[in-house]
Design a protein around this ligand. Structure first.
Ligand SMILES: [Zn+2]
Ligand SMILES: [Zn+2]
Length: 304
């Protein structure tokens, strides 16, 4: 009971801290208005990111237009100039929020290569920021889930395997609680659940990319093309090279006989066509990554 109460108190304090942190950021930026490039339209844009966390490219363009129109900021007529103006707009915001260890960061969906923008914390391991919304035990569950997903060859873990992670926790968690937690993580855009498969959502990849490389250096891989974290993608049969589906699609377009991009490999690429969004792995594939048994996957073996 005591630990329950202290957990609740800690959660409330952290929530209050995060809220105060955001208020301080906005207030300081308002105070510094004459010293920087920030205008009211920049501040409105930033506030939308603070409340929504992550937006896709279309939403960002529409938000940019709304913010400029509201404060009568001129918007360029031609698309190229408009894109440049938006980039400058985000750079101006980032230069102002950097002292507060925050950044509007661009991310790419691993499913279809579409662009997303998220407001992320760049000062500390972002996973600890979840502490304001999740209990210590829930956070431990999420960390184990992230590890399972990173350790899989597919970027997916079956939802039953995900729920079985409760067996690996130090403190007790029921399967029902785990199921509820998965729903909460999904509604907060940390994970994606589709056809019984759990994967990390773009928001989690944006926020946790550095955490994943720091925590799992032996199993986290970068895409050979864009150099970003690659969870869902294609692998070379002969070397450790991996490519996102959309990066492979770009790289192999126009090549009659697709070959591994590594200069010392050049093996025939096993599958050059991009995977469709609906092409989910079946449960037998992800079953190899059973959470309860922590089976070594091909990925971990390949690097050991
Ligand atoms: Zn890539
Ligand atoms: Zn290769």
């Amino acid at each position: 009971m005591d630990s329950f109460i202290s957990n609740r108190i800690l959660t409330t304090v952290l929530r209050l801290y995060n809220w105060l942190h955001l208020v301080i950021v906005v207030s300081c930026i308002s105070y510094r208005r004459n010293m920087s490039q920030m205008t009211d339209s920049h501040r409105l844009f930033l506030q939308a990111f603070m409340s929504r966390g992550i937006l896709d490219a279309k939403e960002v363009k529409s938000l940019f237009r709304t913010c400029c129109e509201k404060f009568k900021t001129h918007i360029a007529g031609n698309e190229e100039e408009k894109r440049h103006q938006l980039t400058e707009f985000v750079i101006a915001i980032n230069s102002n929020i950097k002292p507060f260890h925050m950044e509007i960061k661009k991310g790419v969906s691993e499913e279809d290569g579409s662009n997303y923008y998220g407001l992320v914390n760049i000062s500390e391991s972002s996973i600890t920021l979840l502490a304001s919304d999740f209990s210590t035990n829930e956070l431990d569950f999420f960390k184990k889930l992230v590890e399972s997903i990173v350790d899989s060859d597919t970027g997916f873990v079956g939802s039953t395997d995900a729920i079985n992670l409760v067996e690996t926790l130090d403190k007790k968690m029921t399967r029902n609680d785990a199921q509820e937690l998965l729903k909460k993580l999904e509604s907060n855009k940390w994970i994606k659940v589709m056809n019984g498969q759990v994967s990390l959502a773009t928001r989690a990849i944006l926020e946790l990319e550095q955490y994943i490389f720091d925590m799992f250096p032996a199993i986290a891989t970068r895409c050979n093309m864009c150099k970003k974290l690659c969870l869902k993608g294609q692998s070379c049969d002969s070397c450790p090279v991996r490519l996102h589906f959309h990066c492979a699609n770009k790289f192999f377009s126009g090549q009659e006989v697709p070959k591994c991009p590594a200069s010392d490999c050049k093996s025939p690429w096993p599958r050059a066509s991009p995977r469709k969004d609906t092409d989910q792995p079946n449960s037998s594939q992800t079953g190899a990554n059973s959470a309860g048994t922590q089976t070594q996957t091909r990925k971990r073996k390949a690097r050991s």
